[in-house]
Write a protein that binds this ligand. Structure first.
Ligand code: DGJ
Length: 741
């Protein structure tokens, strides 16, 4: 049931705010939104502005926040105060959350509080602050959602033009937060193709630090729209105050961290305003994406678990559902396959215990056959030469082997050498009169155009209508925007491209999800180019990276799982030597790493040496019987960071919510000299429960822990720990912990 509470003035339609008066009681009203352990507090100042007062651990008494004067100048010598959603114009000189060119040309926005409405549904409190410009008829609604159990908040705004003319939004961030600490440490995530999600922590100095993307598409490959901010000290795993943030948007974004002259830190998150001015005609409104954030008073471990809980419940498609183990054809066959190659792969996959076969790139195009990345993209007809009996033959074959079937598409893109490009040159993103810049020999389709949206929807709908047994789609996107230009948008709307492209994409996805709620979809964009909370509601998982090297994945998955949950982290065992790095790694190490995420295979099964097949089968069985459930629903505890370890080790574990089961993963990331053995202090267990610890995925009789097979209580395992005998590079161990009564 939804209950609606109202405070303050009722909504007043399109009135000029000079006529709004605030009752004395409202001026000192404290508005607080709380989760089980955190709290966000606002008050209304003397001049009617809504002031940001606090975000941190939950307090028992918030009445103490009133009274408060408000004087909107961070440079003034009075108490520092920052508006809940600072706008440019009257006094605010930092980077504003909102800047507008009003209908009369005025550059000033001055938002004052109008009313507050709060709604509750199960587990979520949703507060809406209505703010209105004191002079211009512009109305902003600041939304805050407080997810109780997960300790996650979401913020976004809607901006409405209630004036008679046109207004132009210049900046329209989703969220503003403000902090005061002695020092600020920002962890953010950078990378590139085959090297996504590296982490760097830096001290924030006075001035502005920006993390952003201007790539339009595939925006998370070089910087991810998420961060961990640690107050006073560098981020620790289990202690210290820190804030995690993640923007739910798959297009251009900007995260701005401004330490001003008063040493306060203002954090803005939202759509990147770079060349993105957005026009609102009379009566139109603009909604920003959600910014998600969470607070921990005990280190970044809690930040990750909060985000994972939230993602599984609210942010990821089918977040609690166990995923099938898959074999993807890409690294095993690339473009070089025919029916026989694929059915052989299916035979082997089925024998290994794999549950889903995914046919990657190369299955389409006839006039321009897709035998390489040079042609055929956009022509979504089955290649009759390679697959004369069509897709249904392959799907039926998979079914006969007990496998589900999945398929790769890249419907946002086109090769210039394609029937689609010949037929619809006007659908291509380009700037008239300039040479088209291809990337991986391809161009981008203009999703601002409803005809293109219809086409992209049609690619999926036709496939799934013709083949209702398709269980899984791998949705790829292998380039970003390098030469912006829409032939659909008018000349004075070209700056809308960045926003309208992503809105167009999301509209297509909304249609797909409405008609096909049960189809699994993977977000792939040359690997990890679309790993963001905007895309996750449409997807069941993401392809973490085209780098499938197990050692590299230890680092990359460690960082990815700081913000995103392991169940969404597609993690595949690939061939050795690895196709990206050339490293030669034991099959055990490759499985032990891949099993800490959504397990899959990315190889030609025939290349697995006969002597290793039995191990591969056993590891797959172990995953199904013991590990998958924990990867899907468990709490992640990082025990040894591969980044922070003075020796060459890494370890983490997943613990069931009822603390009756856990799995521990440990890896050697390099050689360790004689005598160096890591002792891992387990976490997340019930100190009073007794657990049997059993090593799985064993390749020899040698015990990686001398107590293997014995029982210990949680207190022992956490305080005394588990001493591991893994020392050489690529040594690894996986242990199950099961409660014994
Ligand atoms: C890039 C993806 O990341 C790969 O996994 C593969 O699907 C190729 N594209 C296919 O072109």
């Amino acid at each position: 049931m939804t209950c609606v509470l109202r405070w303050g003035l009722m909504a007043v339609s399109s009135l000029l705010l000079s006529s709004i008066t605030h009752a004395a009681s409202q001026l000192n009203q404290v508005y607080q939104l709380s989760t089980d352990n955190t709290q966000l507090v606002y008050t209304v100042g003397e001049d009617g502005r809504l002031i940001f007062r606090y975000y941190g651990p939950r307090l028992s008494n918030t009445d103490q926040f009133a009274p408060w004067r408000s004087y909107n100048r961070p440079d003034c010598q009075r108490e520092a105060n920052y508006e809940a959603y600072p706008s440019f114009g009257l006094g605010y000189v930092n980077e504003p959350a909102l800047s507008v060119i009003n209908a009369n040309g005025s550059l000033i926005t001055e938002l004052v509080f109008d009313n507050y409405v709060q709604q509750s549904s199960e587990g979520v409190i949703h507060g809406i602050f209505t703010l209105r410009d004191r002079v211009a008829a512009v109305c902003v609604q600041l939304h805050v959602e407080a997810y109780q159990q997960e300790d996650v908040m979401a913020q976004w705004v809607t901006i409405a033009n209630e004036s008679k003319g046109e207004v132009s939004l210049q900046r329209f961030y989703s969220s503003f937060l403000n902090f005061r600490a002695n020092n600020y440490y920002l962890t953010h995530f950078y990378g590139t193709w085959a090297g996504e999600m590296n982490r760097v922590e830096e001290t924030l100095e006075p001035g502005i630090k920006v993390v952003e993307s201007k790539k339009g598409v595939r925006t998370t490959q070089s910087e991810n729209p998420s961060f961990i901010l640690s107050l006073d000290h560098p981020a620790q795993e289990n202690s210290g105050h820190c804030i995690g943030g993640a923007l739910a948007w798959s297009g251009n974004y900007k995260l701005s961290f401004e330490v001003d002259e008063r040493d306060y830190l203002s954090v803005l998150a939202g759509i990147n305003p770079f060349l993105a001015a957005y026009k609102l005609n009379k009566g139109e409104q603009f909604q920003t994406p959600k910014f998600l954030f969470t607070y921990s008073a005990n280190g970044q471990g809690t930040i990750s678990r909060n985000f994972h809980d939230w993602a599984r419940r609210y942010g990821l498609h089918a977040g609690m559902k166990e995923r099938p183990i898959l074999l993807n054809s890409w690294e095993g066959a690339y473009f070089n396959f025919d029916e026989q190659v694929l059915t052989d792969m299916m035979d082997d996959a089925a024998q290994m215990g794999v549950e889903l076969f995914v046919l990657d790139d190369g299955w389409f195009g006839n006039k321009y056959p897709r035998n390489s990345d040079k042609m055929g993209l956009g022509d979504w007809q089955v290649n009759a030469k390679k697959l004369p009996r069509g897709l249904q033959y392959l799907i039926d074959y998979a079914t006969s082997k007990g496998l589900k079937f999945g398929i790769w598409i890249e419907p946002e893109m086109v090769n210039p050498k394609s029937e689609l490009a010949e037929k619809h040159p006007e659908w291509i993103v380009q700037s008239p009169g300039r040479e088209k810049i291809t990337m991986r020999n391809q161009l981008l389709l203009d999703l601002t155009n409803p005809e293109v949206q219809e086409f992209v929807w049609g690619v999926v709908d036709k496939l799934l209508t013709a083949h209702p047994d398709i269980y899984y789609i791998k949705w790829d996107a292998n380039r970003h925007v390098e030469q912006v230009g829409s032939q659909y948008l008018s000349s004075n709307e070209q700056t809308h491209f960045w926003v309208d492209y992503i809105r167009g994409l999301y509209e297509v996805y909304d249609r797909i999800r409405a008609k096909y709620p049960d189809v699994m979809i993977q977000a792939c964009a040359s690997g990890g180019g679309r790993v963001d909370y905007g895309s996750l509601p449409y997807h069941d998982e993401f392809w973490t990276s085209d780098n499938s090297d197990a050692l590299q994945r230890v680092y990359m998955q460690y960082v990815t799982n700081l913000i995103y949950p392991p169940i969404a982290t597609a993690s595949h065992v690939s061939a050795t030597p690895n196709h990206q790095t050339g490293s030669v790694t034991p099959i055990k190490f490759r499985f032990d790493v891949a099993m800490s995420g959504r397990l899959g295979l990315e190889l030609q099964p025939k290349d697995i040496p006969a002597g290793e097949m039995a191990f591969a089968r056993e590891a797959i069985t172990n995953y199904k019987n013991h590990v998958r459930e924990l990867v899907t629903k468990g709490d992640l505890y990082r025990l040894i960071s591969p980044y922070a370890c003075t020796n060459n080790h890494a370890a983490n574990m997943l613990v069931s919510k009822d603390k009756r089961k856990a799995v521990l993963f440990a890896y050697c990331t390099g050689f360790n000299r004689r005598g160096i053995r890591p002792t891992v202090h387990l976490q997340g267990l019930d100190p009073a429960k007794v657990y049997r610890i059993t090593e799985i995925n064993k390749v020899s009789k040698r015990k990686a822990f001398w107590g293997d097979g014995n029982c210990y209580d949680g207190a022992y395992l956490q305080q005394v720990g588990v001493e591991l005998q893994i020392a050489r590079q690529y040594d690894s161990a996986v242990f199950l912990l099961e409660e014994v009564k």
